[in-house]
Design a protein around this ligand. Structure first.
Ligand SMILES: [Zn+2]
Ligand SMILES: [Zn+2]
Length: 184
């Protein structure tokens, strides 16, 4: 369900903060990609890099950044959330044409979402600060989970889409036994 969403823009910001900063060309040479692939990846224009190349890129950016990739997250008991827009663990709210996804944020040592199987994240995908309860990051304001794409909406009215997701959410809520509620 859904696909792993990795934001290349976060990679681009980290790349420019390296001392000394790396160019797209240098990254491309290091990980065996082309400069235009790095550029497309950093501009979030589709899945242009394979998972192993994304991992190699994360490695260049240092150990903190690798935690961004849930597969490399420490198995520690930290707040985590599923980043998949379509995950039934989220609440979906609509306000007119806008849809807000409110992720389920909970303490876990798991690497993958028990609801949909996608990787769990422990940091904001944009600024990499630790996740805190809420629908957007307290540090940078980015939404933790993207609203549905045009493709995911499939021509549905946003209110209808959110109501449908909410029904699925409520239906699966009872089946998730293992998580601990966040008291906030
Ligand atoms: Zn999920
Ligand atoms: Zn943030």
């Amino acid at each position: 369900m859904g696909r792993k969403r990795i934001r290349g823009s976060a990679f681009a910001r980290s790349r420019k903060r390296l001392v000394p900063p790396m160019t797209q060309r240098q990254v491309a040479d290091e990980i065996g990609a082309t400069q235009s692939q790095i550029s497309d990846f950093e501009n979030n224009t589709g899945n242009v890099l394979s998972a192993s190349k994304i991992e190699a890129y994360a490695k260049l950016l240092g150990s903190d950044f690798q935690e961004y990739l849930a597969g490399h997250a420490d198995q520690r008991d930290a707040l985590a959330f599923c980043n998949s827009t379509l995950c039934p663990s989220h609440e979906a709210l609509a306000n007119g044409k806008r849809i807000y996804i409110v992720p389920d944020i909970f303490h876990t040592k798991d690497t993958f979402c028990r609801c949909c199987g996608e990787p769990l994240y422990r940091t904001c995908i944009e600024c990499l600060s630790p996740v805190k309860p809420g629908r957007n990051c307290a540090e940078c304001g980015a939404f933790y989970v993207d609203p549905p794409s045009e493709e995911e909406l499939a021509g549905q009215d946003p209110m209808a889409w959110a109501a449908q997701q909410q029904r699925i959410h409520l239906a699966v809520l009872g089946s998730i036994q293992t998580r601990e509620e966040v008291q906030s």
